[in-house]
Design a binder for this molecule. Sequence first.
Ligand code: COA
Length: 256
Amino acid sequence: MTSYSTLLVEAEGPRGSITLNRPDKLNALSGELLDELIAAAGWFDRQPAVKVVVISGAGRAFSAGADVTGFSTVDDQPIHRRSDRGRQMADALEAMRAVTIANIHGHCVGGALVLAAACDLRVAAEDTHFSIPEVDLGIPLAWGGIPRLVREIGPAATKELVMTCRPFDAREAHALGFLNRTVSADQLDDEVEALVSSLVAMPALPLEATKRHVNAVTSAMVATDRAWSDAHALIAARNDPESQAAAERYMARFRK
Ligand code: COA
């Protein structure tokens, strides 16, 4: 199996798991972690026995979203590639053959909602804190997050949550249709395991056919293909003075 520095990746019979493993940084989605998720998605597609993959976060959060320290870091990647990794991650997870389940607890912020939205099913602890702070941070929600949220919760709820950046709880996320199930934090893993057990008992071919068919229908309704240009919107916002000032204010609050 490939080795990863920011993930734990396991497969046993029909069950697979990906654990985001930067607990001291609340599993912030660094460029390296995004690249490793893309690699892990590809690896699982080469494991024919695996029917279901659970994606969860180590420590006290599912994920606090994009690694904000990376915003000011310059690496050797071309700027579009650097800004496009999140979209590639979401596309890679969504295209996986196995059924994917996001097991969400603690915090689920910004890009982590896009990650979760790219999974087939979502189960969350009732006390999970959700928020989409991008606009407050001076950037648009990228990574194909807009079409995925419109697909899952509709245009009006997407606009409200993305434009106001107000936090919301698991009860609201469930009522909006973003979550399949919510349970108390101490029952979360058992609930996810019950879902996994019911899915792995099913024959692989119709499972995959159902996933592919639903994805084909939703992509005809709300396509994510145009999200390649999300990276350009990110780059534009980083060069816009008012958005830059918002980013500075946000980062000053975050660092306090
Ligand atoms: N990127 C990079 N590091 C992050 C991070 C992120 N998105 N979110 C949290 N961390 C790091 C913190 O810097 C801190 O590291 P440190 O201990 O080395 O200082 C550690 O994770 C714990 O975070 P902390 O803020 O102390 O936890 P908290 O429980 O007080 O607050 C949050 C939790 C999620 C409310 C808060 O961490 C937060 O607002 N994070 C930023 C979320 C964000 O803006 N994401 C980007 C969306 S585009």
